[in-house]
Design a protein around this ligand. Structure first.
Ligand code: ADP
Ligand code: MG
Length: 266
C-alpha cells in the first residue's frame, strides 16, 4: 500500500466560467479500491468528473491531478484514456448510424494502438483488433455483464434511457480495461435503473487491477455497491471521509450534519 496511488488529486481548485467550484479537493484512488463520492446537488461532483476527464470548460487554477505519478493536466482527454484512465462518454451525444459495436471497436483500437507520431514524420500504420476477434471479445464481455447481444447493434445513445447510457459506459469500460475508472451519475439524478446498471457493472468488473470512483448523490448506494471508502463533498471540498458506515450514516442523517461538523472541526 506504500506505493504511489494510481490517481492522486491534490488540493484541486477548478473554476467554470470564472466561478470557483472546486476549492481545494484532495483524494487518492488506488487500483483495487472502490470509492464512493457523495454529496448534495451542486456540491461539484460532476465538475470533478469532468475535470479528471479533461473537459476544456473546466479550468484548473491550482493543485494537480496525477495519474501513475504523472500530471495529466496538460494531456488531452484521449491521451488520459490511452494511459488507462477511464473516461465515460464525455459528450453523450446520439450518433445515429454509428452502432455500439463499431464505436466500441474504434475506442478499443485507440487504446490498443496509440497514434504515436513516428520520428520519420510518417503516419504509423495502425493494427487494430480483427473484426472476428473483436466480436468474440465483445460477446464474452456482454455475457459477463449479462447484457443482451442485441444491445451491441443499437445506434450509439440514440434514444437511450439513463440506464442504457450507463450500460454502454460499463460495456466500454469492460473492453478498455482501465486502471482507474470514474463513473458519474446520470444528469437525471435519481435514476435507480442507471445506478443499478453502474453498480452491477462495477461489482462484475472490480478486482485488484481496477480502481473505481463512483459519484452519486443517491445515498442508498450501499444497497447496490460495497465501497471501501466513502467521501462526502460539500461546496467543492471533501468534508468527510470514512468507510461504508459513513454512507449508512448519511442515509439516516442526510448531509447537513457533515456541514456542521466541518465548521466545528475546521
Ligand atoms: P454536482 O454534480 O455535485 O451536482 P456540479 O459539479 O454539477 O455539482 O455543479 C457544481 C456547481 O458548478 C453548480 O453551482 C453548477 O451550477 C456549476 N456548474 C457546473 N458545471 C457548470 C457549467 N458547465 N457551466 C456553469 N456552471 C456550472
Ligand atoms: Mg452531478
Amino acid at each position: 500500500m506504500s506505493q504511489t496511488p494510481e490517481l492522486q488529486i491534490k488540493d484541486l481548485h477548478v473554476s467554470v466560467e470564472g466561478k470557483e467550484i472546486l476549492k481545494g479537493l484532495s483524494l487518492d484512488v488506488r487500483k483495487g479500491e472502490i470509492h464512493a463520492l457523495m454529496g448534495p446537488n451542486g456540491s461539484g461532483k460532476s465538475t470533478l468528473a469532468h475535470t479528471i476527464m479533461g473537459h476544456p470548460r473546466y479550468a484548473v487554477t491550482a493543485g494537480d491531478i496525477r495519474f501513475k505519478g504523472e500530471s495529466v493536466l496538460e494531456m488531452e482527454s484521449d491521451e488520459r484514456a490511452r494511459k488507462g484512465l477511464f473516461l465515460a462518454f464525455q459528450y453523450p451525444v446520439a450518433i445515429p448510424g454509428l452502432s455500439m459495436a463499431n464505436f466500441l471497436r474504434a475506442a478499443l483500437n485507440t487504446r490498443l494502438a496509440p497514434p504515436e507520431e513516428g520520428t520519420d514524420g510518417k503516419v504509423p500504420a495502425r493494427r487494430g483488433i480483427a473484426p472476428r476477434e473483436f466480436r468474440t471479445l465483445l460477446q464474452s464481455k456482454m455475457a459477463l455483464l449479462k447484457m443482451d447481444e442485441s444491445f451491441a447493434s443499437r445506434y450509439l445513445n440514440d434514444g437511450f434511457s439513463g440506464g442504457e447510457k450507463k450500460r454502454a459506459e460499463i460495456l466500454q469500460m469492460a473492453l478498455l480495461k482501465p486502471e482507474i475508472a470514474v463513473m458519474d451519475e446520470t444528469d437525471s439524478g435519481l435514476d435507480i435503473d442507471a445506478l443499478r446498471v453502474v453498480s452491477d457493472g462495477v461489482n462484475a468488473l472490480a478486482g485488484p487491477d481496477l480502481g473505481v470512483l463512483v459519484i452519486t448523490h443517491y445515498n442508498r448506494i450501499l444497497n447496490y455497491i460495497k465501497p471501501h471508502f466513502v467521501h462526502v463533498m460539500i461546496e467543492g471540498r471533501i468534508a468527510r471521509s470514512g468507510g461504508a458506515a459513513l454512507a449508512l450514516e448519511l442515509e439516516t442523517r442526510g448531509y447537513d450534519w457533515t456541514r456542521e461538523k466541518q465548521e466545528v472541526t475546521s
